[in-house]
Design a protein around this ligand. Sequence first.
Ligand SMILES: [Fe+2]
Length: 238
Amino acid sequence: MRGTALTNVSDAQNVASLRTKGYAHSKLDLASDWELFAESWDNLRPDTYMADGGEYRVRRYSEFSVNGTTGAANLLPHVAYRQERDVNHLNGGIDRLYEPFESRVVDSDALARAFATSAAYLEAVRPGRTWKAQCFQNRIMSTPNEIGHPAPEGVHRDGVDFVLTLFVDRVGAQGGVSSVYTLRTRACWQKRSWRSPENTSSSTIRKLMHGVTGLSLEEGQEIGHRDVLIAMFTVVED
Ligand SMILES: [Fe+2]
């Protein structure tokens, strides 16, 4: 996977926003295989580690190495995902082993583009680094019996340097408002509800916290869902 350079004014504004506020929102140029990429969210697996007993999350997990300078990404060996309890009080403290991304996703131009865009921002903020990207495909579902929670741990941080949230789709559900908070004062800096098919990415770094409100069903719907790609980047130290 090869990278692309940041070239336009909104890119420069986003880099400035990342530096000063710690987050930015941008439009991703959609790859030609976007539809195939998005369809893969129909083939995720139940998350059996939900400490709240919820059955509303299906997902897959894979890790990649991303070169910040070139934007090139390579799949890393499959491992369990782990957060410590001080970062995730609800589901942290244990190894969570999920099914890996399907090859049609690993090899997609859409994923390469998401990495390349992230790498370009990372390179502008912290040049010359290699990054480990811990990635989830997440689908949160709501039914008449269960409200889906995109962030069941509440307002939180991910314990990494940089997070990409790539909005993929939302069907039959409303809510899911994403918010960004300062770590020190917990002041809310930004609120946004992603709408299908907006395909927008947002990025935050370590000094922020974030949360997402629950998903409720749209009137007349029996099931609804919200799909995102999460990529959590950490600098690989030499
Ligand atoms: Fe998070």
